[in-house]
Design a protein around this ligand. Structure first.
Ligand code: MG
Length: 205
């Protein structure tokens, strides 16, 4: 699987269980941020642990792949503009996220957006088990039915802000259970009906 998105749009705080874990109110609208396309890696590629952080976190997420150029579409129209879904890992330097007060640096290092193993279309994204394993141990376990804002709503919402292009990626937010990774760890994101995304954390060359 290879993709060349013009942008990667991410939704912060979009699972009820994660909002409880963070002791945050359920948001009234999706809070969005961007990752650069230079952050992209795919199944079995390495996640590089940057020297600038001491707190590298995983975040298992359902990823939406956009099919067409779209702008200002209604929620009801969104489904026909979605190419498919894949597993995502929104890798985050948690210490830098706290330090900076906004998220660009913390979310944007090379290798900080893992996607794969393939794009699956024709599935209902509304009721899929989503799990994350670190070195084989289950760390996150939820279901996309716990999403505060569903994929069709998110696509419509983002399209009110910016033109979405073919192969653009939307990461829909992570459930409860976020936590740290270290060099040598293997991280796997598994979503029902999609498959398993595997990446290993390595030190920079
Ligand atoms: Mg995230």
């Amino acid at each position: 699987m290879r993709l060349k998105p013009s942008k990667i749009v991410c939704v912060g705080l979009n699972y009820r269980d994660h909002a409880r874990e963070m002791q945050l109110e359920t948001p009234a609208y999706p809070v969005i941020f961007l990752k650069p396309p230079s952050a992209l890696i795919f199944n079995n590629d390495a996640i590089i642990y940057p020297p600038m952080t001491k707190e590298l976190h995983y975040e298992a997420e359902l990823a939406i792949v956009i099919k067409d150029r779209i702008k200002n579409i209604k929620k009801e129209e969104a489904v026909k503009h979605i190419l498919g879904y894949t597993c995502g890992n929104d890798i985050t330097a948690r210490d830098l996220q706290r330090l900076d007060g906004q998220w660009t640096r913390a979310k944007s290092f090379d290798t900080f957006c893992a996607l794969g193993p393939e794009i699956v279309s024709g599935i209902d994204p509304g009721n899929l088990a989503i799990k994350l394993y670190l070195n084989g141990a289950l760390k996150q376990s939820s279901n996309t039915s716990n999403l505060i804002f569903d994929p069709n709503y998110i696509v419509s919402f983002i399209s009110q802000v910016m033109t979405l292009e073919p192969e653009d990626i939307i990461l829909t937010g992570t459930p409860a259970g976020i936590g740290p990774m270290k060099v040598g760890d293997t991280v796997e994101v598994e979503i029902e009906k999609i498959g398993k995304l595997t990446n290993k954390v390595v030190k920079p060359k």
